[in-house]
Design a binder for this molecule. Structure first.
Ligand code: COA
Length: 405
């Protein structure tokens, strides 16, 4: 075992630094003061457009919002078990969020379980390259299986890697196809879509969830298990709490419009979005600022399915319904572009549309490009169920931006 001297910041005390394989290291939860130390370090990577003091406030606030509050969010640190809280090196850290999720077999037998979404994996620069981050993740993979499983089994853990595929694959989270459709912010004349306000989501999200449950209960001919994180109101509220807090500080106002909806009952299409400011408006990197479509909902799933074969020209009798779907999709996408212009965001990004939805988007004629992500936002799955838990055996349904947190 290698023991290396460690000097605490602001103190002359010396403690020994354990090797990353040491049984003396364990996973635990940080104290409030340790949180501040962690956030001070992570500000460098994740403060976006905020100042460091505002990022510290934001981090604290984000523990009190839906999805995170009431134990929904857990914080984790790798430390030496022999050292007392507040006097121990924080060797690596991260957070997890409890999410409701469904798995379904090819016959449509659905099981509800929980998924722990992992975020903010971090190692203090002075401890990097010694295996602490990998050890943190290995301990976490074992711990999460039994974490908060009082009412439901834990079926999986997900994360969205910004450091490529290898690091997380080595510790159990396997990369899945990660791509998005990108539109430019550009003004459109009246789109015909109706604004979705915060209060509308309280009924739209449960409607969406009911449709997801129904779809998961249908048999599938893919030969794969299906897995999804429920796109519930808590997820949308988490994203909107974050955007609201940031926009209040940057602009002194919050975005009121949370999405757009159009179409007749039974054929409605809607999108829910969030505003993300990586950099202050007008700042040097402001061209990264993006309107993310968190979730796309298509009520008429029957028409949507026709787009898997549209290239062979088999739409004929379904044509009017399919045209309606294309027009509705065009309207909500253009509404998203308008919203991006209004908030001086440069792009609209829509993560992981299913192939048939991608086909519909092509037919809307709204200019876009498809981006396959290799390094950032790599959707990664640690599967606790049977089988490999990889792309060849599991279909990750609705792998959209709402699940990112
Ligand atoms: C990513 C991070 C946590 C890794 O910490 P670390 O202490 O260097 O990691 P470890 O020493 O445990 O590395 C374990 C292995 O992963 C590899 N690795 C480390 N950082 C990597 C990176 N950024 N990309 C790819 N591989 C990486 C190491 O080379 C090592 O490989 P090996 O086992 O073949 O030798 C750290 O660099 C960090 O905090 N970065 C800033 C925040 C960040 O980007 N977090 C990830 C968000 S998704």
């Amino acid at each position: 075992m290698t023991l290396q001297p460690y000097t605490k910041t602001g103190s002359h005390d010396e403690v020994e630094l354990q090797d990353s394989s040491s049984p003396e290291l364990h996973l635990t939860h940080p104290e409030p003061e340790e949180n501040v130390a962690i956030w001070t370090l992570t500000s460098n990577a994740w403060k976006d457009a905020l100042t460091i003091p505002l990022y510290l406030e934001e981090s604290s606030y984000l523990m009190t919002v839906p999805l995170a509050k009431d134990g929904g969010m857990s914080q984790w640190v790798l430390v030496d078990r022999n050292l007392p809280p507040n006097q121990r090196p924080l060797l690596a850290s991260c957070e997890s969020f409890r999410k409701r999720s469904l798995i379904s077999d090819t016959h449509g037998n659905v099981t509800e379980g929980i998924t722990h979404g992992v975020a903010s994996v971090y190692c203090d620069p002075k401890y990097r390259g010694r295996g602490y981050a990998a050890r943190l993740m290995k301990e976490l993979a074992k711990t999460l299986l039994h974490w908060q499983t009082e009412t439901h089994k834990c079926v999986a853990s997900v994360l969205f890697s910004d450091i490529g595929k290898k690091f997380y694959a080595n510790v159990g989270w396997h990369p899945f196809p990660s791509y998005h459709i990108e539109f430019k912010a550009s003004p459109n004349d009246s789109t015909g879509a109706t604004k979705i306000l915060a209060e509308d989501l309280a009924s739209l999200c449960p409607e969406d969830e009911a449709m997801v449950r129904k779809a998961m209960a249908c048999p599938s001919d893919s030969g794969k298990s299906r897995y999804t994180i429920l796109p519930d109101h808590e997820h949308m509220l988490w994203h909107h709490s974050k955007e609201g807090w940031v926009c209040d500080r940057l602009f002194g106002k919050r975005p009121l419009v949370k999405g757009a909806i159009t179409g007749q009952p039974g054929s409605r299409v809607w999108v829910v979005w969030t505003h993300r400011f990586y950099s202050p408006p007008h700042g040097p990197d402001c061209s990264e600022n993006t309107l993310y479509i968190l979730r796309v909902v298509v009520e008429d799933q029957t028409s949507l399915k026709h787009f898997t074969s549209s290239l062979e020209g088999t739409l004929s009798d379904q044509q009017p319904k399919c045209d309606e779907l294309i027009a509705n999709m065009r309207a909500v996408l253009q509404a998203a572009q308008n919203e991006a212009v209004e908030w001086k965001l440069y792009h609209v990004k829509l993560w992981g549309p299913a192939p048939e939805l991608e086909e519909v988007i092509k037919l809307t004629g709204v200019p876009h490009r498809r981006v396959d992500r290799d390094e950032e936002g790599i959707c990664s799955l640690l599967w606790y169920g049977e089988g490999s838990g990889r792309e060849d055996e599991v279909e990750w349904v609705g792998n959209e931006k709402y699940g990112w947190c």
